[in-house]
Design a protein around this ligand. Sequence first.
Ligand SMILES: [Zn+2]
Length: 253
Amino acid sequence: MHRKWVQAIALAPINPVKWVCMSVSSDFHTAEGIVVKVIPFRDYDQILVVFTREAGVIKVLHKGSRSKKRGVQGLCMPLTRIEVVYKEKKGEIFSCHELAHLGSYHALRHELSHLNAACDLLQVIYQTQLIGKPAPQLFALLKLYLEKIPSISSPCLLTTSFRLKLLKHEGVSAYPLACSHCLYPLLKEAFVYQGEAYCRDHRVAGSYALQEMELGVLYKLMVCQSYQELAQTELLPQTKTKLERYFRERMQK
Ligand SMILES: [Zn+2]
C-alpha cells in the first residue's frame, strides 16, 4: 500500500508537531482515531463512532466485534485510541477493514473524576462535530487534553478550556468577544443572552453578566498556549457554569 506522510500542526503551540500516516489508496483509508461511542448493531456487530485525525468523526461498521462467549472486544470501547483501515460506502457508515490498538488511556481510568472529564470531552466532540469534517487541530487538542487529565488538579480547567478553544476553532466565537450590537470589544465585562454577548449599553433583559475576572478566565482558557498557564488558572464553579452555558448556547446558533 502506498503511503505518504503529512504534517498536522496542532491548535496551540503547546501541542507538538505530529507526523501522521495516511493511505493514498482510493479504496482503503487509514486513520488514527479515538473511539467516541459504540453502538451495538445486529447480533455480533458494532458501529464505532471514531474521531480521527484525518477525516474528523466517522462511523465504521466493525463486524463480529462482540459475541455471547467473549463479550465485546477491547478495541471497541469508547476512549480507546486506534488505527482503523476502512473503506468508504455510499451512506455515512463505512466498513471497517482492520483495527489496531494504540492505547487505552489507563492513567485516567483510576479516578472517577478523571474518567468523567475524559467522557465529557468525547461527548463535546460527538455533539459538535459533523460527520466527515476533518479537524486535525482539534484532534491534536483532544489527544493532548486527554493525556493531561490525570496530572491536573482541576480537570474542569481542561474541559472548560476545550469548549472555549473549540468555539474559536469553529469560528463561532471571536477573541476578544465583541458586542453583537455595536461590535465594541468586550474586555472589562460582557452581558450574555442566548449565546450573544453585549456591552453594558446594549445589554438585553434576561442576560447574565461576565465580570472582568470571569471574562479574563474565559480569554485565558480560550487562548492559553502553555499547560502551565492553563493549570494555574483559577476557575470558580459559578464561572465554569456560565462559560459552559455560553458554549452550549453559542453552539446552538
Ligand atoms: Zn454595544
